[in-house]
Design a protein around this ligand. Structure first.
Ligand SMILES: *Cc1c(COP(=O)(O)O)cnc(C)c1O
Length: 462
């Protein structure tokens, strides 16, 4: 399988090079040259597979022999052996029309583990095979950093440096990152905001000389390997419902920030999985809701919410969807993205808007509504939603039809966001691995937010 850029200005590359490239060198995003299609007969055969078996089949379609099947199987098995649930991503029935797909049984209790456990092992594999040095550099608002560190801690040939905004991540998130004592991990706690961290990283990656000299690699959600890993659980959950005798049309509702997770669902649908409705749930940072409902993509005022991992104004994976919306026309995407850069918005014509509304239904959940949903579901069903998942559930309650059933992606365990749960006057007991974090020693370097300070740390570390 070859990968090309949404902006059409790079030579096609193989899977491993696509993973190493991260962002395409022309500023676009990498997409498969051709999305593999899965026949009804194959879907039927896949229905009985375990999570890891299914992951192996789906990855094989996209990796196409570039990694020998036995090696790939080992990578997949190792990646999902770290999950606390034997099903990896179990589906729980909450009420007749609502199931929750629990994606938080990995090491850091958030869905990002599903892709980053795999990506960590994949980087390690590539490093061994190609004898290449892998230095991961990333910024996080909380979940990605913890997950990426867990994915590569202690692995030979890899070093990882994560920037997070000093005292602006949740306590559990901070502890998950900074209590790791492996020598290949560096946590920089930066005086500033997440946007400052993100800007520094972008500038360092843009310095191609620096990037190559220090072998910098990315782990953010534009990496195509992350998207592929996330398509697996759409198939898995769908099959689980079908096996249980479900006859109704099946929707998925997805708490959305950078558009990575919901794009994975869109990709699954394009491969042939008969998903009925893809519900795009946002919080008050609702650029994507406005895009679907009004046809205008324009960042608004940033708002801090109870679902901080969705507090995003510009969705980094959105360009991938635009590419398909515009019939895989890379030059049209270049033009649109240039327009976005100069005018700060993208406006699509009404025929395209109708297509968007065929692909997604969208709803933006207000802050209070997310808390009300947590309280309401807890009272009615005894199921405790985290504030991100609550956005997905609330959106589905608004948009799903009576005769449909919805699977909402549960993107985090509620213990990670106890600040919001407490506001609902609910007392939860923390899972033991989270409880244990509070007694561990923290290791981090607290520094100012200039590029010089960061560079100095990196040069010492790498
Ligand atoms: C990252 C994250 C999201 C958003 O996922 P995207 O792929 O960025 O849309 C939602 N919920 C949680 C808990 C997250 O960590």
């Amino acid at each position: 399988m070859e990968y090309i850029s949404t902006r059409g200005q790079i030579k096609a590359v193989g899977f491993i090079d696509a993973v190493l490239m991260g962002l395409a060198d022309d500023g676009g995003l990498l997409v498969p040259k051709q999305i593999p299609s899965v026949s009804a007969q194959t879907l039927k055969q896949w229905e009985q597979l375990t999570y890891s078996e299914l992951a192996l089949e789906i990855f094989s379609l996209y990796i196409d022999g570039e990694i020998p099947r036995d090696d790939l199987k080992q990578l997949v098995d190792d990646s999902y052996a770290t999950f606390r649930d034997p099903e990896v991503t179990p589906v729980r029935r909450v009420h007749d029309q609502m199931h929750v797909l629990e994606l938080f049984h990995g090491p850091t209790f958030a869905f990002k583990d599903i892709a980053l456990q795999f990506l960590g092992n994949l980087y390690s594999y590539i490093s061994r095979k190609n004898k290449s040095i892998i230095h991961i550099l990333g910024a996080t608002s909380g979940d990605t950093g913890a997950s990426a560190i867990e994915g590569v801690r202690g692995k030979e040939g890899i070093r990882i440096c994560i920037l997070h905004p000093h005292q602006k991540v949740s306590k559990v998130q901070e502890l998950q990152m900074t209590t790791v004592d492996d020598a290949n991990v560096l946590n920089l706690s930066v005086h500033g905001t997440f946007d400052d961290c993100q800007r520094i990283i972008k500038e360092l990656f843009a310095d191609v000389d620096f990037k190559h000299r220090y072998h910098l690699r990315a782990i953010n959600s534009i990496n195509i390997a992350r998207i592929l890993a996330q398509t697996v659980y759409y198939f898995y959950a769908y099959f689980k419902l079908v096996r249980s005798g479900e006859q109704r049309q099946i929707n998925f509702s997805v708490p959305t920030g950078n558009f990575g997770d919901i794009f994975a669902g869109y990709l699954g649908k394009k491969m042939g999985l008969p998903i009925n409705r893809l519900i795009l749930a946002t919080n008050e940072n609702n650029i994507l809701e406005r895009f679907v409902n009004e046809g205008i993509y324009e960042p608004g005022q940033f708002r801090g919410t109870y679902s901080p991992s969705m507090d995003i104004q510009v969705a980094s994976n959105f360009e991938r969807y635009l590419y398909y919306l515009y019939g895989e026309d890379a030059s049209a995407i270049s033009t649109l993205m240039n327009q976005f850069k100069t005018t700060g918005k993208i406006i699509i014509p009404s025929d395209k808007q109708r297509m968007v509304q065929g692909d997604f239904s969208a709803y933006g959940v207000k802050n209070q509504q997310s808390l009300d949903t947590i309280s309401d579901y807890y009272a009615r069903t005894n199921y405790l939603l985290d504030p991100h998942t609550a956005c997905g559930v609330a959106a589905a309650d608004q948009l799903a039809q009576e005769d449909e059933v919805t699977v909402t992606l549960a993107t985090a365990h509620p213990a990670k966001f106890d600040e919001a749960i407490q506001l609902c006057n609910i007392k939860q007991t923390f899972p033991a691995p989270i409880e244990a974090l509070f007694n561990k020693k923290q290791i981090q370097t607290i520094i100012g937010g200039t590029n010089e300070e960061i560079t100095e740390q990196l040069v010492k570390f790498y």
